[in-house]
Design a protein around this ligand. Sequence first.
Ligand SMILES: C=C(O[C@@H]1C=C(C(=O)O)C=C[C@H]1O)C(=O)O
Length: 253
Amino acid sequence: MATNSLTLESVRHSLIRQEDSIIFSLIERAHFPINSPTYSQSYVSNSIHTFSGPLLRFVVKETEALLAKAGRYANPEEHPFFPEDLPPSVVPPHNFAKFLHPPAASININKDIWDTYINKLLQLFVAPGDDGNYASTAASDLVCLQALSRRIHYGKLVAEVKFRESPQEYEPAIRAKDRDTLMKLLTFEKVEEAVMKRVAKKAMMFGQEVTLNKDGNHGKYKVDPSVVSRLYGDWIMPLTKHVEVEYLLRRLD
Ligand SMILES: C=C(O[C@@H]1C=C(C(=O)O)C=C[C@H]1O)C(=O)O
């Protein structure tokens, strides 16, 4: 859909579709055990002389450099994890619809998303252990991180739509820099309850073992549906709302 015709219904529809990408990415990552050397400072620093830091950082940084050349970050819906020193795009520029208020470009909470993913989320849906597949693990993490980042920063579009629907409600709180009131105005508890129920249901459907015998493997899922619900309730939705508040605070600049 063209960004200039966005409505609350259409942005919510996009968030619903993005649930599929997030849940599939979690299922793919859960296929590997935690593989902690992927995140350790020391694992690669002795072998990759031009790079210090964890393997995941290496994989994400190098991939982002390639994708930046291919034009990925010219799209206002994409946010790099390592925006410093990205190479310029080598492809012809695309004229993306200018739906967002320009200060939106200064909002990038990927550092928080990275820390939350590594330190809180991973251990909730990934089994302990080490099978040595660190590069594939990092590649799966990259897909999870990109899907989460896209969804969470989509809060900018959600906030813009909400602001356009009732600017008179939001303006006093924006001028007063009143985060609590903004948070109350943009929160829809019924929608959040529905998101938590739907993602659990999707995790059941997408993550079931498919067998050809009648009894199948009922009740066994690749990622625990209640954990997916918790990831949304405790982190993904709060971070999205954080982006919404940050965006609204700059909406009158
Ligand atoms: C995204 C929205 O804003 C808030 C955040 C939600 C989310 O992250 O899914 C859901 C409802 C709202 O409390 C929305 O209203 O759809």
